[in-house]
Design a protein. Sequence first.
Length: 331
Amino acid sequence: MFRTTAIITLCLTALPAWAADFNLTYASPYTETHPYGAADAEWIARIEEQSGGRVDITPYWGRTLITSREGVDELSAGVADMAYIAPIYARSGYDMNRLVPGMFYGYTDPAKVLDVYMDLVESYPVFNEELDGVHVVGYNVGTPMHVLTRETPIETLDDLKGLRIRAAVDFIGPLAAFGAEGVTMPMTETYPSLEKGVVDGVIAPYEALKSLSFAEVVNYYSELPHSRGAYPSRGINGDVWASLPEEIQKIFDDNTEWLSLRTLELSQEAEDAGRAYGEEQGVMFNAVAPEVVAEYSEAFAPALKPVAEELDAMGKPGTEVLERIRAAYAE
């Protein structure tokens, strides 16, 4: 279980520097300047240093070797020795890893999401069993997204009525429950759609105000949370993992928590920078009342019970996991 207050102290005996015994490749769909890539670069340096030079890692950034959607399959097939993976984006398979993140609706603290998720991973081996051929060495947790609008802020759920909002598929049902139309489109098409008034708003995080320049085409940022769960995000090919001696495996495993928390830390820094940029551009930020947030969050519940039952039918602990996630939320 991860605890955000923990400080990882690695008591490793210094090893003499020599030519690397293990030359490994790492592939990511992200650039080195992205928060995920920046965390990876620091992690690579840590692994190389803590191995005393026995491990040398060559990174391949920006989809040169691997994609987001098929990352697990590509890694298990050996396109790279290690890679960024995101089973949540897979079209099928990896059912617990792909579907459980949606059960964290209502959570606003990503650190708590990560703690609860890691408890589940420890309790239910199925999460790792689904990723056959991959050894997980890092996890991601998404920061909450909110509602960015062109014309009016969202202060009550009635304010959603009649709006066309670019949203992920998981958010379309709750939006519709309060009279909004959820529209799916690539994020790359969202800026011009906002600019032209094709859509009235978008569900996005603070960082998108800067990274996607949304601060130029929206006037309001309403803090109505759309939570994002945690998921396995870095892995080592199973055959490569089996070829590493125990002392090298231990270095990777001992850094799993560090990589996960460092990724969250850098993601939060990007969020802070996005909000600051939005303020500079004149975007108006408004908090949404807790009772409104609670009512909106409950609109996610009806869609999740069938998902849990679908997992149950596969012989997986869908309902049990959903109940644990909701119980932790209520604490």
